[in-house]
Design a protein around this ligand. Sequence first.
Ligand code: ADP
Length: 612
Amino acid sequence: MQIGMSVIACSFFYLVLLAIVYFNKRKVNTFETRLYGILLGLNIIGLFLEFICCLTVRNLELIPFINMIFNRLYLVYFVTYITIFTVYVYYVSFDKQKINTTDSIDTKNKMRVTISVIYAISLFCVLFLPLYYYNDKNSVYSYGPATNFLTILCGIYMIIDLYCMLKNFQNIKTKKNIPLFALLIFFVIAFIVRNVDPSIILINSSFALVTAIMYFTIENPDIKMIEQLNIARDQAEKANHAKSDFLSSMSHEIRTPLNAIVGFSQALTEEDLPPQAKDEVKDIMMASETLLEIVNGILDISKIEANKLEIVNTEYNFNLILEELVSLTKARLGEKPLEFKYKFDPSIPPYLYGDKVRVKQIILNLLTNAVKYTKEGWISFEVNAIQKEGVCRLIISVEDSGIGIKPESIDKLFTKFERLDIEKNNTIEGTGLGLAITKKLLDLMGGQVVVQSVYGQGSKFTVAIDQRIVTNPTTVVEPTQVPIENLDLSTMKILIVDDNKINLKVASRLLSDYHCQIETLESGLECIDKIKAGNTYNLILMDDMMPKLSGVETLHQLQQIPGFSIPTIALTANAISGMKEKYLQEGFHDYLAKPIDKKELYRVLTKFLVQK
Ligand code: ADP
């Protein structure tokens, strides 16, 4: 008896020490750690009860009532411990992911109810079935239906535990099996010891040992490490945002000087220049177009990464896009000895609903690459359509007889800033952004891309995009085909508002071709004063990003002036897709991106100044 009580007392103290360590340690609050905490606490209570039981059973006759209460409480503890232990074994044995998914909420609820019912029945049995005590000088124990029930319950739980462990032996980390196997071994030892010396009760001490072993098997990631990881992740996200913001503001800044280069070069091409100077101006224009493409690429990728890129769907004429793509590709071929073949399925519906700018961008990327990476031979551009339930699946393929792509490089094609085969490509201009943007745009539009290529022989890029079919277009604006030279706007007064003097010069220069009367102002405030003073104009071109008062704010204030009805056009370097719609929503009548495209300027002028 003395030895038995000493073992219990020792177990009690080392579990108390373990509990101090465990509950003081900052831990991640998972279901597993919660269960473990309960088991640890229960175990300490159990050892305490067992100790008291040993004392009271010895003096059975003296305090029978207290003895009865402690023995019943001990049985309650026993039932609770083995039930929770089984829940723990089940939890660690089966795939936690599966248990945690919402799909299995039903299963989880069913399990909870089943366990609760079994537990309630077990409690009832151990509390109300008869319980007797045996006590002589050497051994003290309780027996009777209540303890028999407990033994059977214990056996059933052990079988369930073993079944769970063995069934999922492969799935769980093997170290999680250790507590259960240890429990089985300790039970056998406890049983043998009990038979040799009935005064030594080891059951609860076995639990205590198992609880101690479990301490080393529970998953308890270091909370400090997690905190540090969270801080690092937040910092990385902030840095990424800062990078995206930096890139987009840089792109905006680059657009402003580019506006001057493109604008003045465009103007110069129309001047009477010596042939060599004309060629040089053309080269400047081509270089600035390339630069603009790069800037646009950087802007796109930064918007995509900041999740700010939106797909803007409108009704559009797909045939026009195809025409533009063909003429752009022909222009890009330049002097290259390349045959450009194109074939379009005549059944493609002319009007579609989708993001025309992005659809065009995706195809143009593929066509530009085909031209860039093919020295001689041919390029083939084919578009087919499959129509189903009002949706047209465009199957666009761009094939070339160019340098091809190594099979091991195909996976890297869509990674940003990744350029392949540098030895061969080093003379070809590129940033490695085009295909990364193409892929991301396709993802946003629910499209797909497939690449087939034979290194040294050529490549084929096939893209599938779904677009809704429009049968009665209501909002498509068809371009008017009036030759640019025929426009005489000498009676028209146009006001340009921009804080940048060079931008004012560029716009004035481009407008001067139409002989209109031009007035320029450097701020929104001046513009408001002018209009308030009673000045009238036929058209206002307004920059947005201006200090003090932005273009949008200026427009809103102008609209407050009674009788104000001058068409106001946003003229801005804020040129990502979707901006046009935003400016229109703000109340602008139309939108012109910087660098100003002559054709676009012409479209706006005819729309507001000629058709009236
Ligand atoms: P960039 O052309 O600006 O380098 P892209 O993202 O458009 O960037 O293309 C990534 C890389 O994929 C290119 O650098 C090139 O090595 C390869 N590539 C793309 N298209 C083709 C093609 N049609 N033929 C051969 N290689 C290609």
